[in-house]
Ligand binder design. Structure first.
Ligand SMILES: [Zn+2]
Length: 131
């Protein structure tokens, strides 16, 4: 019932994207920091982030919202990728991760094989790496 009402309400509206998730997380971080420090400016910034997030979700202007998200992802994409890679490396205990010295391609080899010769799959460079 409520779900249907919400679906009807959200019909034709933009909904969620990465920029909105970022705004929501910003809101939470700012609000928590505000409740610890008591700096009024943080409260207002948190409110602005929340209002922007809601406005974008409710918006019917798809092309503008998509454009904003594309701009955001151009800037935030590499940062998000970096965090994802850290998480993968942290979880994956069976491989050693490193970058190719000639093309910077991210590579991995099985751990505990000692010194090995690596051939980069992307540029074909051959080099020694400890695993
Ligand atoms: Zn390479």
């Amino acid at each position: 019932m409520i779900r249907n009402a919400l679906r009807r309400f959200m019909y034709g509206r933009y909904g969620n994207d990465q920029l909105n998730v970022f705004l929501l997380v910003s809101y939470l971080v700012l609000y928590v920091t505000y409740s610890i420090t008591g700096f009024d400016i943080l409260y207002w910034l948190a409110t602005v982030a929340m209002v922007a997030c809601l406005f974008r979700m409710m918006s019917r202007n798809y092309s503008r919202r998509r454009e904003e998200n594309t701009k955001f992802m151009k800037k935030a994409g590499p940062v998000i990728q970096w965090f994802r890679l850290r998480r993968t490396i942290h979880k994956d205990k069976d491989h050693t991760y490193f970058k190719c010295p000639s093309c910077s391609q991210q590579l991995r080899v099985p751990k505990g094989k000692g010194k090995i010769t690596v051939t980069c799959r992307s540029c074909g460079a051959v080099f020694q790496e400890k695993s």
